[in-house]
Design a protein around this ligand. Structure first.
Ligand code: 4HQ
Length: 260
């Protein structure tokens, strides 16, 4: 049976064993077992020919650290291309920041190659010749591109139909609606329990009411309110319908009334 959406990822990395984090655990691990995606791992060290299997060298012009050699990466990328690797993405702070729109774009591609740099990065000539796009996880420095590549894989794989189990749905999640998530609660209904000095907190009553329409509106109001408080940039980028506008105004009024 043709199952439709299968995404093939390839990672070029000096640390292929790190990718066990996405292949062996959680939603991505289960989706891999279900055949919803695949991962090819390519170590540039296997594309060297000197006796030390050298993959890096000192930067021209001096300075600290090492730079990844173009040659082994070029040959590794030739092999990935032969295997149908798709566009090559280099993970680096110089790239455009990853967001939900880019995740959805990648989820629509059959194959993507993730080039993971270590040390001070990759020889610029390799980037110019072989890289299609640069993506950043955010404005901070990681020790290598692997964690960023795994974040890409995790975020994309959960968008593949069937990757999220049960009634979970990727379309209901935060950012899809352009809003932050609402607060979540589980048992016990009052917590902490039986610790005399601590003031116990209750689960909001509406969530215990079983009134599904009221619950839906409360959750939407909380999502709007938290987005307004914590990520006004997201709210500015999103149109609100009349219903959402009045729920947000209710939230803002309540903020003023109780001084929070
Ligand atoms: N690095 N988003 C430097 C990152 C990074 C990021 C990966 C460190 C590339 C050479 N990658 N190496 N931020 O900090 O993706």
């Amino acid at each position: 049976m043709g199952s439709g959406l299968v995404i093939r990822f390839h990672a070029v990395t000096l640390f292929p064993e790190m990718f066990a984090a996405v292949t062996h655990s959680g939603i991505s691990g289960r989706a891999l077992e279900a055949g919803l995606w695949s991962l090819g791992l390519w170590n540039p060290r296997d594309f060297t020919s000197d006796r030390y299997r050298t993959v890096d060298d000192r930067p021209y012009g001096g300075g600290p650290g090492m730079v990844m050699l173009a040659g082994p990466l070029d040959r590794a990328l030739d092999a990935v291309k032969e295997a149908g690797g798709g566009k090559v993405i280099y993970l680096s702070p110089q790239g455009r920041k990853l967001d939900h729109a880019k995740v959805m774009e990648l989820a629509g591609r059959e194959a993507t190659t993730l080039l993971c740099g270590r040390y001070e990065g990759v020889d610029e000539r390799l980037i110019r010749r072989r890289v299609d796009e640069e993506l950043s996880l955010g404005d901070y420095v990681l020790s290598g591109g692997e964690l960023a590549a795994m974040a890409v894989i995790d975020a994309v794989v959960r968008q593949i139909p069937g990757a999220l189990g049960g009634e979970q749905s990727a379309v209901e999640e935060s950012f899809v609606q352009g809003l932050l998530d609402c607060p979540q609660y589980t048992r016990p209904e009052v917590w902490p329990e039986g610790e005399g000095e601590k003031v116990p907190a209750h689960v909001p009553g509406v969530l215990m009411s079983g009134h599904h329409e009221n619950i839906r509106r409360w959750r939407l109001k909380q999502a709007l309110g938290r987005t307004w408080l914590r990520r006004p940039d997201l709210l500015a980028a999103r149109k609100l319908n009349d219903d959402e506008q009045s729920l947000l105004e209710e939230f803002q009024r309540e903020c003023k009334e109780n001084g929070t």
